[in-house]
Design a protein around this ligand. Sequence first.
Ligand code: ADP
Length: 192
Amino acid sequence: MRLVLLGPPGSGKGTQAVRLAKQLDIPALSTGDMLRAAVSAGTPVGMQVKATMERGELVPDKLVVAIVAERIRRPDARFGFILDGFPRTVAQAEALDDLLQADRLRLDWVLQLKVDEASLLGRILNRATEAMASGNVRADDNEAALRVRLAEYRAQTEPLITYYRAQGILRDVDGLRSMDEVTASLNEALDA
Ligand code: ADP
């Protein structure tokens, strides 16, 4: 199964992607995690994207598409994957379609976590407080960067809802309920 999880920052995509991936026995691929790993490791890509990520802006399409192209062709992803945080622009979605088509594959479903914006800031600042305890705060989990991330989501990523609805593969799930309830709804959406 080849899935995309769509939703604004703080919608719980990462948590749910990992849960679904375990159930389906396919890898959860988070471009945010991959980019953060590159930043921590100080690779050339990491050095290129660090400041952009800290501001909450999107990194260039070409760079992320190249990372994803390489990652989804690894052996562990041959039977499927869940993409978390990618695609984030229409150009990325088109590039993904092209990549898959070249291998005669296609996405099965795009699952959208619906959350109202008012609850997002609270969730993210909560995550930052919890992370503080373990000394592991994300550089972009602060109010200023979050506002930029939300604006980027609205401008660049929300158009994907129309893009995938037109393909007939979009399914919506209420992301405001408890983590377990959201997992259950995602499973229902996949079974429906
Ligand atoms: P969130 O969804 O909570 O904002 P992510 O971990 O998915 O967090 O992404 C963190 C940052 O990584 C983004 O703000 C952006 O700078 C960069 N990033 C991740 N995925 C992409 C992508 N597909 N395209 C462009 N930038 C990305």
